[in-house]
Write a protein that binds this ligand. Structure first.
Ligand SMILES: Nc1ncnc2c1ncn2[C@@H]1O[C@H](COP(=O)(O)OP(=O)(O)OP(=O)(O)O)[C@@H](O)[C@H]1O
Ligand SMILES: [Mg+2]
Length: 281
């Protein structure tokens, strides 16, 4: 079996940071890098356990699972249609999972993994991510890592940006975190075989073009409310803050709720970072 990877994909595979984010343009080779990296890890560390997550199972099935079926060698691994797991002859396991609602994280209660991989990290909430971090553990002495890939945008855009983009220099690990920017032009395989792909991205509306073609994270600056999808807004409408006292704003969604309910907020609540709000009266 012979596989080639791009320079960026190699950096992702080689990253030893506890948290690595491969983020940016659509088609930069992020998901493919996750699958190759998972395969290498599984072969390198016999008996290792990895979890590959997308927010919903249908997304997982038509993307990562499908690609893994065409990529992973069936001479050394078997895929279980019901368990959604690749089992390798050396005892390693790559499990595919989803985490649709906030409470779905409990599906992974008491499980342990050497590596957890989030594909489309900005589709997850900070609560889900933080909870699942606690599932990265074990006594086998193997590296313990969280590896994520994503486009900008999505419900978790704010917290992902605050965690990896605003405070890190791309390519430089700091406090156990590494951000690797993804550009579609870096994916020589796609550029060669589908040279019109970039032109199709150019036809997108301005904000989608910014996110998917240029992989830019400054999507929502200046117009936060306008930037959220309708389903997000309808979720917001159903959330109620307590009538008085203090609380914590945990997400951009909370921030929108604050806007709608007329409460006063600490400035840091903007763009999804944590801040306090104070209810009037
Ligand atoms: N190393 C590689 N060798 C061969 N093909 C590759 C390689 N890396 C990526 N590709 C192909 O390039 C295309 C885009 O890759 P991929 O789906 O990983 O991009 P992505 O960054 O995850 O895109 P999106 O942001 O849309 O999810 C896919 O068809 C994939 O199979
Ligand atoms: Mg992808």
């Amino acid at each position: 079996m012979e596989l080639s990877v791009t320079r960026r994909q190699l950096e992702f595979i080689r990253s030893t940071a506890f948290e690595t984010l491969f983020g940016g343009a659509a088609g930069g080779g992020k998901s493919y890098a996750q699958l190759i990296d998972a395969l290498i890890f599984a072969l390198q560390y016999p008996g290792s356990k990895q979890l590959v997550l997308r927010r919903t199972f249908p997304e997982l099935k038509r993307s990562l699972i499908q690609v893994s079926l065409s990529l992973y060698p069936t001479s050394i691994a078997t895929y279980g249609e019901t368990s959604h797991r690749w089992k390798f002859v050396n005892g390693s396991v790559i499990e595919f999972g989803s985490c649709d609602s906030e409470n779905d994280v409990t599906k992974y209660q008491s499980a342990e993994y050497d590596v957890i991989r989030f594909d489309e990290l900005t589709h997850f909430t900070k609560f889900q991510f933080t909870y699942l971090l606690s599932r990265v553990r074990g006594v086998n002495g193997y590296p313990k890592q969280v590896k994520s890939s994503t486009n900008p945008g999505g419900v978790g855009h704010g917290w992902v940006k605050a965690r990896y983009i605003d405070c890190l220099v791309p390519g430089e690990e700091k406090d156990g975190r590494l951000f690797l920017p993804a550009r579609v032009q870096d994916n020589a395989f796609l550029m060669k075989n589908d040279p019109d792909y970039v032109h199709r991205l150019e036809l997108l509306d301005e904000r989608s073009r910014k996110a998917l073609l240029y992989g830019r994270w400054d999507l929502f600056e200046g117009s936060i409310l306008a930037s959220f999808p309708r389903n997000c807004m309808s979720v917001c409408r159903r959330i109620r803050f307590p009538a008085g006292g203090n609380g914590i704003l945990r997400s951009t969604t909370d921030w929108i709720c604050w806007r709608r309910s007329g409460l006063r907020s600490h400035r840091t609540a903007r763009h999804g970072s944590t801040g306090r709000y104070t209810a009037p009266g």
